[in-house]
Design a protein around this ligand. Structure first.
Ligand code: 13P
Ligand code: SF4
Length: 345
């Protein structure tokens, strides 16, 4: 989303001015943009000098998405963008496991992580030793790991999935016995979707949850449906089965945006992280959001200051490094993801 040369505060303001999340929690004035723009331009100049690109998940702060992000999207799109870029340095503004995925796919590139907080409640829910134990307990199951896992966990699984391809991959797998980890809610939603599609799959799942999505409940949906009868409810598959069942559309963050762009409706309750609401407000100002959103502290720990610091002077914790053995085993589960995601059904 960046331009080739330096941008002006007015240009940055044009991209950010429609964002008004939570009344005034997240708003950009021209004055704020005047403060931000020197940092934005310093980062963009340094990217050119160092042959670096910035991959930004839609959940990170809008000044990153609209000021310095070269590729913006959901975890699946960003994994593919990481493979398509010819840059020698990737700064991954998201959560550590997304940067790890980029490194598994591009061992020759330097991958730098600007988030101050390592983690994500899903990626922290399970470790490699637990997966090894589960595999002993369920030897005839195919183990699917959600992309929100560490490289070590991916290395113990058969196939990786993201929220944009989980149902398709589960359907395409030759084995009908599936163990899904670590998200309990996605596991239940996967079970329900397979039943709905008539696919005979026996699905077990682990107990992890995303602390942002597990908080949404039916009450919010019911309240909004009464107050705004024309609003469509759009949710992420990390939400509970009750929320998913009462939603008009369920998909990955990129799929949610595409749905809202394409539908004629112009009022939405969006049950996901605030960064996606900001993208809707900035890119489709004619569409209106109703209800509130929740912030992910891990995604929001990416800042322009941290991006500048890792580009200028990376320290050991900023670099994604793991053993070649882990990388090659994790690569197999990512390659299986691309294979099953691209198969026709
Ligand atoms: P997406 O792949 O849909 O962007 O999801 C990633 C994520 O962390 C959602 O909480
Ligand atoms: Fe993890 Fe939830 Fe944050 Fe996504 S929103 S990165 S799943 S904690």
């Amino acid at each position: 989303m960046t331009t080739t040369g330096p941008i002006t505060a007015q240009e940055l303001y044009e991209r950010l001015k429609n964002i008004k999340l939570g009344a005034s929690v997240c708003q950009y004035s021209l004055r704020k943009c005047e403060e931000l723009v020197p940092l934005v331009n310093e980062i963009n100049a340094l990217k050119k000098e160092k042959n670096a690109v910035i991959l930004a998940h839609s959940y990170v702060s809008p000044e990153i998405v609209y000021g310095v992000g070269d590729f913006v999207g959901d975890s699946y799109k960003l994994a593919k963008d990481a493979m398509s870029t010819t840059a020698s340095i990737i700064v991954f503004a998201a959560v550590r496991f997304m940067g790890e995925t980029a490194k598994i796919l591009n061992p020759e590139k330097e991958v730098l992580i600007p988030s101050a907080l390592d983690g994500c409640t899903l990626a922290d829910a399970i470790d490699a030793a637990t997966v090894r134990k589960l595999r002993q307990e369920f030897p005839d199951y195919t183990f699917i790991c959600y992309v929100n896992t560490t490289a070590e966990v991916k290395a113990e699984c058969d196939v990786c999935v993201t929220s944009s391809n989980v149902y398709k991959i589960a359907q395409n797998l030759p084995n009908d016995k599936i163990y899904f980890l670590p998200d309990k809610f996605m596991g239940i939603n996967l079970q329900n979707e397979m039943k709905r599609l008539g696919a005979k799959k026996e699905i077990k799942y682990f107990s992890g949850t995303c602390y942002v999505h597990e908080d949404y409940g039916l009450e919010e949906i019911m309240k909004v449906r009464l107050e705004y009868p024309n609003a469509l409810v759009v949710s992420h598959p990390e939400c509970s089965a009750a929320v998913v069942e009462h939603s008009d559309y369920v998909g990955s963050t990129e799929q949610m945006l595409a749905f809202m762009r394409e539908t004629k409706a112009n009022e939405f309750l969006m049950l996901t992280e605030c960064g996606l609401s900001a993208r809707l407000e900035s890119e489709f100002p004619e569409k209106k959001l109703v209800g509130s959103c929740t912030m992910c502290k891990y995604m929001k720990s990416n800042t322009l200051e941290n991006i500048l610091r890792v580009l200028k002077n990376p320290i050991a914790r900023d670099r994604v490094i793991f053993s070649e053995d882990v990388r090659l085993r994790a690569l197999k589960s990512l390659e299986a993801m691309f294979h099953y995601a691209n198969l026709k059904q």
